[in-house]
Design a protein around this ligand. Structure first.
Ligand code: CA
Length: 229
């Protein structure tokens, strides 16, 4: 559930905003002064802050600036005066959006939702996700270099892992043993294309239900192998 902080000295407005946001399943806190609101914004974790401009104590300009110095949380500024909005824009305080009072509560909710979705998308792309290849019950975690067959982890040697991953990432493509050897082994490595055959056999023993009738890595007689999708 997303948490929202409203910093607003007019209680009737703050309560109305809170009611509407709670109807949309947000968890909402209200602070009525700039200084207490700022303190709370900095110490507590909020997903979005709705900030009034004219506040007792520190005003909204200063609160916005101070929050932005420390946090990336989306800030939606509200003001009774259209001129103030222009001023906020001009100052480049780092607010994400501006609304002039009076506004309809449903518009506020719509904007809050839009900003949260946008923010989550941005944060999402910064998260380091493991690079995973998944094909019919086989899950290859390239980052952790782990392989799961129907959810059960199987151990693969480095070359077995590289070979399986290469084939699985190029499904339906037939590779000759020579191509696979060149792709997976260094030019200098000791071995020949028979090494590929041996590794394919070992991989099959780990991933195939019936090695005599492989469902994943198919032998194309006289050519090579391909990973079936
Ligand atoms: Ca005010």
């Amino acid at each position: 559930m997303s948490r929202i902080l409203i910093i607003e000295d007019e209680e009737a407005i703050a309560d109305l905003e809170k009611d509407y946001l709670e109807l949309s399943d947000f968890q909402v806190d209200i602070e009525n002064t700039g200084d207490v609101g700022l303190k709370r914004a900095l110490t507590d974790d909020y997903d979005l802050i709705i900030l009034d401009l004219m506040l007792p104590g520190i005003d909204g300009f200063e609160v916005c600036k101070k929050i932005r110095e420390e946090k990336n949380v989306p800030i939606l500024m509200v003001s009774a005066k259209k001129d103030d909005i222009d001023k906020i824009r001009g100052l480049g305080l780092g607010a994400d959006d501006y609304m002039t009072k009076p506004f309809s509560p449903s518009e506020l909710v719509a904007r809050v939702k839009a900003h949260l979705a946008r923010y989550n998308r941005l944060v999402g792309t910064n998260e380091k996700k493991n690079d995973v290849v998944e094909i019919r019950g086989i899950k290859i975690d390239k980052t952790a270099r782990r392989v799961y067959i129907d959810g059960e982890e199987k151990n693969f040697t480095t070359k077995e892992f590289d070979l399986l991953t290469f084939l699985a990432e190029n499904p339906n493509h037939v590779f000759t043993k020579e191509e696979l050897f060149r792709e997976i082994w260094d030019m200098d490595s000791i071995g020949d294309i028979a090494t590929v055959t041996v590794h394919i056999k070992k991989i099959r023993e780990k991933i195939e239900y019936d090695t005599a009738n492989p469902q994943y890595i198919e032998t194309i007689w006289g050519v090579g192998y391909r990973f079936k999708v």
